[in-house]
Design a binder for this molecule. Structure first.
Ligand code: GLU
Length: 445
């Protein structure tokens, strides 16, 4: 790493002790930014990096609620409003027991660059709670969401901060959150949240957008090697919203997705995952992959273990951060891996990313490859602002254009900085330059 940036990095790490995931995200970005600072020393003068690493505002709050037995439960809520140089803070809410400030900050930090890459007018933010929705009734989830919004409402708004979903937050949770916001404020402010239901201000394609977009980005990477998804053997990790829609789109483009996973194990389905059945099990019944395997028949379900044991030519990690380590990456490479498109945020460890890059595997980092979700959220905001709703075809076309645009911007930035095919460099510099320009123009903010 550039020595000038090392000193800034050390200060950032020391100021934010115990936030391992945030440190990881910051270090990865800093490693790409030396060449930009050579060309633009004014960025150091203006302390752009120091400012970028310090959120504009961080909110941590108590979320009290009662469970179905009438017992009082207490969770912790977060919203980190990281950077508003390009637009209102924008990013999802994650409800998962692992959530703490370091996770929210890594996600919020990545979101700044991701959102800049989409070309849409959105800043970066993220939030969530250590609440675990798994095994909770609809009533419990509703009471939790209502309590969460009873604090959050005062910090958000169409022009201020626009949350959406992430792990553990889907259409059901956004519905409860929106209902409570409307009730407290007495405003039908559609643009305050995205990922809404289609009859009350949501956008077509938003549910599919992250997984679809990851496949579109990966297809563009494959094209640079004269190939495509057609005939590829694909492994997807996860079986939530992002994974299911990545599987659907990869198969629509002619690939066979032979495996996917959940936190208990993975399924190997050599004929290709049955997406309709997977949707039914996961989205309607809120069941587990084991149930998919039992109902599908003739497939193997592996309890525990890693889905990355399964050979693939294309890997789409769509589960969670640091789910794919150096050992798994090396094994995938030995077995003929061509490309990795990250549907999740930071799913590859730093070792894994290094293995892929050294082996010449096409590697699309999450902040570029999974930007389709937030990009379509920005399209939802656009529809809300104009009180309009677009057709599926029109919205999907916009998503495709945005993803191809992100790919091309990453590729051309990597070329410009002398490292063709390095999508990590391209995404970090491409996103950074846009935010840095806006920050410089707006004075000392
Ligand atoms: N949570 C998603 C992400 O990681 C989407 C955020 C949004 O739509 O605002 O980008």
């Amino acid at each position: 790493m550039d020595a000038r940036l090392e000193a800034i990095r050390d200060t950032v790490l020391a100021r934010n002790p115990g936030e391992a995931e945030f440190h990881q995200a910051v270090v990865e970005v800093f490693e790409s930014l030396g060449p930009v600072h050579d060309r633009h020393p004014e960025l150091l003068e203006a302390a752009i990096l120091e400012r970028l690493c310090e959120p504009e505002r961080q909110i941590i709050f108590r979320v009290p609620w009662t469970d179905d037995q009438g017992r009082v439960q207490i969770n912790r809520g977060f919203r980190v409003e990281f950077n508003s140089a390009l637009g209102p803070y924008k990013g999802g809410l994650r409800f998962h027991p692992s959530v703490y400030l370091g996770i929210v900050k890594f996600l919020g930090f990545e979101q700044i660059f991701k959102n800049a890459l989409t070309g849409m007018p959105i800043g970066g933010g993220k939030g969530g709670s250590d609440f675990d929705p798994r095994g909770r009734s609809d009533g419990e989830v509703m009471r939790f969401c209502q309590s969460f919004m009873t604090e959050l409402y005062r910090h958000i708004g169409e022009y201020t901060d626009v949350p959406a979903g992430d792990i553990g937050v889907g259409g059901r949770e956004i519905g409860y959150l929106f209902g409570q916001y409307k009730r407290i404020t007495n405003r039908y402010e559609s643009g305050v949240l995205t990922g809404k239901g289609i009859s009350w201000g949501g956008s077509l394609v938003r549910p599919e957008a992250t997984g679809f977009g990851t496949v579109i980005f990966t297809q563009e990477m494959l094209k640079t090697r004269g190939t495509s998804f057609d005939g590829q053997r694909v492994v997807v990790s996860g079986s939530g919203n992002v994974a299911i829609n990545a599987i659907a789109n990869a198969q629509a483009l002619g690939a066979t997705v032979v495996a996917c996973s959940d936190s208990s194990g993975y399924v190997v389905d050599e004929a290709g995952i049955d997406v309709a059945l997977l949707r039914e099990v996961k989205e309607v019944q809120r069941g587990r992959l084991k149930d998919y395997a039992e109902r599908r028949g003739g497939v193997s379900y592996v309890d525990g273990g890693s889905v990355w044991e399964v050979d693939a030519t294309v890997a789409l990690p769509c589960a969670t951060q640091n789910e794919l380590d150096g050992g798994a990456a090396a094994r995938l490479v030995r077995n003929g891996l061509l490309a990795v498109g990250e549907g999740a945020n930071m799913p590859s460890t730093r070792d894994a990313a290094a293995v892929f890059q050294q082996a010449g595997v096409l590697f699309g980092p999450g902040k570029a490859a999974n930007a389709g979700g937030v990009a379509t959220s920005a399209l939802e905001m656009q529809q809300n602002a104009s009180r309009d709703s677009w057709s599926f075809e029109h919205t999907e076309e916009r998503l495709t254009d945005i993803m191809v645009g992100i790919h091309d911007r990453c590729a051309s930035t990597a070329d410009e900085y002398g490292d063709p095919g390095n999508y990590v460099l391209g995404a970090n510099i491409g996103g950074f330059v846009k935010v840095a320009d806006a920050m410089l123009a707006q004075g000392l903010i």
